[in-house]
Design a protein around this ligand. Structure first.
Ligand SMILES: [Zn+2]
Length: 362
C-alpha cells in the first residue's frame, strides 16, 4: 500500500506537465479543445429525457460464447467475425442499454502488438465503431456508441519505460479510428494510473472533439492498483474537462460504491459512472466466476441511482440478464430485490463464514 502511494506521488510530478499542456491547448484553440460543455453532450441530452442511463455489461464472456478463442485478440473479431460483434451488441441493446461499448478495449497499438495487429489500429477501431453504429441505428430508441479505450498494459516512467507522450500518441490513433467510425463519445476505462488516464484524455483530445468519459478500477482495498483514491481521480480528471468520471471493474461492489461517492463529492459538476463487476470474483477450479446475480446488480443499481449516479451498468461477470435486471429496477418495472451486499474480502474476519455479509440497509 505504501509502495503504491509512493508510485502515485512520484507520478504526480510528471502529470503536472500534462495539465500544463491541457491549459496551453485551451489557450491556443479556445472552447473546441474542451468539448465538454455540460449541456452539450449527447449523454446530457439523453439524461434530460431518461433520468438515468443504463450501460452494457461484460464483453469478453459474450465474445467467448460467440467463438472467441482463448489467447486471441477480441479486437480481431471486428474485422473477421463481425457476426459475433453484432451479436454482442444486439444482446445488450435488447437488454435495454442506453449506451454500448465498442469491442476495442485492447485496441491501442501496445495491446494489438501482442497479436501482430499494431499496424491496423485506426482501421480496427474505425470498423468496431461502425459495427456498433449499425446496431444502434436500427434500434427503436437513441443509443450511445461509446468508443472503449483500455490501458496500454505498459507501465509509464519512472516505474516502467513507457513515456507519457508515446502513450498519448497511441491513444490518439485509437481515438481517431473510433471517431471516424461514428462513436458518439470516447470511453477510457479500467485505468489504474492517473497519469495514463491523463495521457489517454490528452491523446484523445488531440485527435477528436467527442466528449470523453473516464473510469478507473478501484480494486485494491478501495484504491486503484497504483494507489489512486476516488477523490484524487475526481479532482484531477475534472480539471481535464471530461464529461463523466467513474469506477468500473473493481473487486467488490462496496469498494466501487465508496469510490463513486468520493468521485461525486470531488467532481460535483461532471456526470458519475458506475460499471462494477458482478460482486466478488471467486475461483471455481480453473474458472473465475462472480458472486453477483442479476438481483444483486439490480439492488446495486438502485443504490447507485439513489446516490445520484447518472450512468449505471456492469463490468466483468455481468451478462445481458444482469443488464435487463438493472434496466427493470431503473424503470420501476421490477421491485428492488432484497439481497445482501458483500463486503470487501479484505474486511472479512478470518474463520467467520458470515463475516463478509450483512443485510442491505433500506
Ligand atoms: Zn471488469
Amino acid at each position: 500500500m505504501h509502495q503504491a502511494k509512493f508510485f502515485a506521488e512520484s507520478f504526480a510530478t510528471k502529470s503536472r506537465k500534462y495539465r500544463q499542456l491541457a491549459i496551453c491547448r485551451l489557450v491556443t484553440f479556445g472552447p473546441m479543445a474542451a468539448p465538454d460543455h455540460a449541456s452539450r453532450t449527447i449523454l446530457h441530452e439523453l439524461l434530460a429525457d431518461r433520468g438515468t442511463l443504463v450501460i452494457d455489461g461484460a464483453t469478453g464472456t459474450e465474445l467467448f460464447a460467440r467463438g472467441l478463442e482463448a489467447g486471441d485478440a477480441p479486437e480481431r473479431m471486428n474485422l473477421e467475425r463481425q457476426d459475433a460483434v453484432f451479436g454482442l451488441h444486439q444482446a445488450y441493446v435488447d437488454a435495454g442499454s442506453d449506451i454500448i461499448l465498442t469491442n476495442t478495449f485492447g485496441g491501442c497499438a501496445y495491446r494489438l502488438m501482442l497479436h501482430g495487429l499494431q499496424d491496423q489500429v485506426v482501421e480496427i477501431n474505425r470498423e468496431a465503431a461502425r459495427l456498433a453504429r449499425i446496431i444502434v441505428d436500427a434500434a427503436d430508441k437513441r443509443i450511445v456508441v461509446a468508443g472503449s479505450i483500455g490501458p496500454t498494459g505498459e507501465l509509464l516512467v519512472p516505474l516502467g519505460t513507457l513515456q507519457p507522450d508515446d502513450a498519448a500518441s497511441a491513444f490518439a490513433d485509437q481515438a481517431q479510428g473510433l471517431t471516424e467510425g461514428g462513436a458518439d463519445v470516447l470511453w477510457i476505462e479500467t485505468m489504474s494510473s492517473l497519469e495514463e488516464a491523463e495521457a489517454a484524455v490528452l491523446g484523445a483530445q488531440s485527435r477528436s472533439s467527442l466528449p470523453i468519459c473516464v473510469t478507473l478500477s478501484f480494486d485494491t482495498a478501495g484504491r486503484t492498483m497504483m494507489g489512486v483514491t476516488g477523490t484524487e481521480a475526481g479532482k484531477r480528471l475534472a480539471d481535464l474537462g471530461v464529461a463523466a468520471i467513474g469506477a468500473n471493474c473493481g473487486n467488490n461492489l462496496a469498494d466501487t460504491e465508496a469510490a463513486v461517492a468520493e468521485i461525486k463529492a470531488a467532481a460535483p459538476h461532471v456526470l458519475i459512472i458506475s460499471k462494477a463487476n458482478a460482486g466478488v470474483p471467486q475461483w471455481h477450479g480453473t474458472e473465475l466466476v462472480y458472486s453477483g446475480t442479476p438481483d444483486v446488480m439490480a439492488a446495486h443499481a438502485h443504490r447507485m441511482r439513489e446516490a445520484g449516479i447518472s450512468i449505471i451498468g456492469g463490468c466483468c461477470g455481468n451478462t445481458p440478464d444482469h443488464i435487463r435486471a438493472i434496466r427493470g429496477v431503473i424503470d420501476g418495472t421490477i421491485e428492488v430485490p432484497e439481497v445482501d451486499l458483500e463486503l470487501p474480502t479484505a474486511r472479512v474476519e478470518p474463520g467467520n463464514a458470515r463475516g463478509g455479509r450483512r443485510r442491505r440497509r433500506g
